[in-house]
Design a binder for this molecule. Structure first.
Ligand SMILES: Nc1ncnc2c1ncn2[C@@H]1O[C@H](COP(=O)(O)OP(=O)(O)OP(=O)(O)O)[C@@H](O)[C@H]1O
Ligand SMILES: [Mg+2]
Length: 299
């Protein structure tokens, strides 16, 4: 393998990823072994729409199977705005949740997260996958800055991906077919995970910050499309928007914290996150009642 040609795979500069034949090589991080155990569990459960964990190579890099397909980048291209794309992603995430449910992580599990001081609760973490993540030049936020919200910080139900940014979704035949980059996987709730997916793919953003094909999108309808395809229960439909509103609020805080300590996240912040997150926060607070009503009423 050492003599195979290496091709650098372009992401969002968060992780240096190299392709070697049918594999990718990524730096080993403290959470790598835990994520590999999780990925192995998923494959054992029949969820093969994720990289196969292949251990560590002779250079000390993580080895994963290369997942063939097309990976979109922001701004999301027009062909990804179709409702069947959103429905396909919802079905993929439902399969992931079903494969994950009931799995107990190892006792010594180590999970990843955004750089920087951040609130103790997982919901405080941000959309780390792309330029919409991370903020700064500002004082670091910590647990005292984002108060816990007991009503919305539910106990984790399962381990899941938690970072459905465009660069982490592999398409085949025009539809989401697999998920990559499980760096932010950890114990979470179904609703938090769904809120993250909708943030990127509804998207739950002010129209000024959406890709052109999404500017006039009917977001309440798209949320309902996702809910139907996922098979969300009545309770999940009525519980989603409070989680999503709180998630966006906390994205803002954790993005700021990441930018205060990490140059890549500082660049994201300066390039637009510092404007996008406050707009997203204001927009979702305004839009939440209509989205919630549509989720409950159905399509
Ligand atoms: N297992 C894989 N199979 C196929 N392509 C992959 C795989 N892992 C990574 N890639 C490609 O490399 C790109 C970057 O990888 P990755 O998402 O792991 O890092 P990153 O983009 O820097 O992190 P992030 O997107 O979370 O900021 C992906 O968007 C994808 O195009
Ligand atoms: Mg990625």
């Amino acid at each position: 393998m050492a003599s195979s040609p290496q091709e650098e795979l372009l992401g969002d500069d968060v992780t240096r990823v190299v392709r070697v034949g049918d594999t990718v090589r990524r730096p080993v991080r403290p959470f790598t072994a835990t994520v590999q155990v999780y990925l192995a569990h998923l494959h054992r459960q029949g969820f093969t729409a994720a990289p196969l964990p292949l251990g560590v190579d002779e250079q000390g890099r993580e080895v994963l199977s290369f997942v063939p397909g097309w990976v979109p980048r922001e701004p999301l291209p027009a062909e990804t705005a179709a409702e069947d794309v959103l429905a396909g992603l919802a079905r993929l995430i439902r399969r992931l949740h079903d494969a994950s449910a009931g799995w107990a992580p190892p006792a010594d599990a180590v999970w990843g997260g955004l750089p920087g001081p951040r609130p103790a609760r997982e919901h405080a973490e941000g959309p780390a996958g792309g330029p919409a993540a991370g903020p700064a030049g500002l004082p670091p936020d910590g647990p005292s800055v984002v108060p816990a919200d007991g009503a919305r910080d539910c106990a984790p139900e399962l381990v899941s991906h938690r970072d459905y940014c465009p660069g982490n979704v592999v398409f085949r035949a025009g539809l989401p077919a697999a998920l990559i980059d499980f760096d932010l996987a950890k114990p979470t709730t179904r609703l938090y995970d769904i809120a993250n997916a909708l943030y990127w793919w509804a998207p739950l953003l002010h129209p000024a910050d959406r890709a052109p094909a999404f500017v006039t999108a009917d977001i309440p309808r798209r949320a309902a499309v996702f809910a139907d395809a996922y098979g969300m229960t009545e309770a999940q439909r009525s519980g989603l928007m409070p989680v999503a509103v709180e998630m966006v609020r906390r994205f803002h805080a954790s993005s700021r914290a990441a930018a205060s300590v990490d140059p890549v996240f500082l660049r994201f912040w300066e390039e637009g996150v510092k404007d996008r997150m406050p707009r997203a926060e204001a927009w979702i607070e305004r839009a939440a009642p209509e989205i919630a009503a549509r989720l409950v009423a159905g399509l």
